[in-house]
Design a protein around this ligand. Sequence first.
Ligand code: NDP
Ligand code: MG
Length: 378
Amino acid sequence: MKNICLLGATGSIGKSTLDIIRANPQKYCLKAFSFYNNIEEAKKIIKEFSPLLVSTPKKEHLEVLKNEFPNIIFSLDINDVARFKVSSPCVINALVGSAGLVPTIEAIKAGRDVLLANKETLVMAGELVMRLAKDKGVNIIPIDSEHSAIFQILNDNNRKEVKRVIITASGGALYHKTLDELKDVTVEDALKHPTWQMGAKITIDSATMVNKAFEVIEAYHLFNLKLDQISTIIHPESIVHSMVEFNDHSIFAQMGVSDMRIPIQYALNYPHHIDNQVSQELDFTKPFELHFKPMDKTRFKILALVGKVISLGKFYPVVFNASNEKLVSLFLEGKITFDKIVTRIEEEINKTEELYGHLTYNLENILKVDELVKTSII
Ligand code: NDP
Ligand code: MG
């Protein structure tokens, strides 16, 4: 029995994780979870799963829940979920944005393996997080479907023979729009992802292709690759979740329907592929086609920029992540047009050395730069 500590239980990845727990009560038990705004969903989760600990940074929500559920431990510090002491602990980080970084670090410090959906953790601080995980002897197990695909293909025997990884991208909601047309895109248009149902931020990140740039950074850290070993291609069907090419040009692809419960379940059972009670099979009884197209880095400029962000390292990825997070929320609030997200990210990245180059690279300054970038963008 694995005792699950789930950060971000009320979100898209959180709910998919709960589906798996619900379908396998003999294997998993939800012991602790965190949420942010969605108190109604939190109440439902408490009633269904009877966890021992529930956490939210929102004091007003905590007061309400304390009265309704007197036998549960409540905490305002979501890090308590990350380091909760239970037997056979399994920490899943399904938080969105920079809020996910410190809980990942706290889980690692507590000696827990981390099943990581929160990609911002590795974008902001991949170097620091991977080093800490190595020092503590814990595993970072990717949930992001592309990285799960690569992780499923690699093993101790073939890891040193990798020529490159090929990360697939659906193209997002606005793939067929020209750069000129992006000015007039509405929030509703940008939120219509063609193949995946996800939270709002990652859906916008997919439309700008920032999500793919983030995934290049994730792959760089997770699999210890060089920049020229990571390519991205367009694959509109989202059936091939990514590929690994070995030195002899043999290419392995991991395939399946677009359902995050497959990579989540694999992360929960790594390195085993056990029966899946909740996801569909890929249906080969009907004809279907798979398409692959080269990535156009003029149209998706952020993928040309990500190489610079990775090579310069240190605070460059922090500025990239923070500016994106703030600009996406401004777009969702209707305060900037869609095309401004990427152009303003580039402006912020170009200021990194001048504004933050003097700072020592450590967690405190990573969090400081995150905050400074977000407050400076209006
Ligand atoms: P959602 O927005 O659906 O869920 C985010 C979760 O985090 C919710 O539980 C939310 O609480 C909580 N939360 C939000 N802000 C804060 C905060 N400041 N402090 C504490 N908790 C907070 O996101 P997704 O599930 O879509 O994505 C989660 C992560 O997984 C992201 O990093 C994303 O990029 C990555 N990912 C997601 C995929 C997907 O299919 N959704 C695929 C691959 C990666 P509440 O809802 O109560 O407000
Ligand atoms: Mg992905």
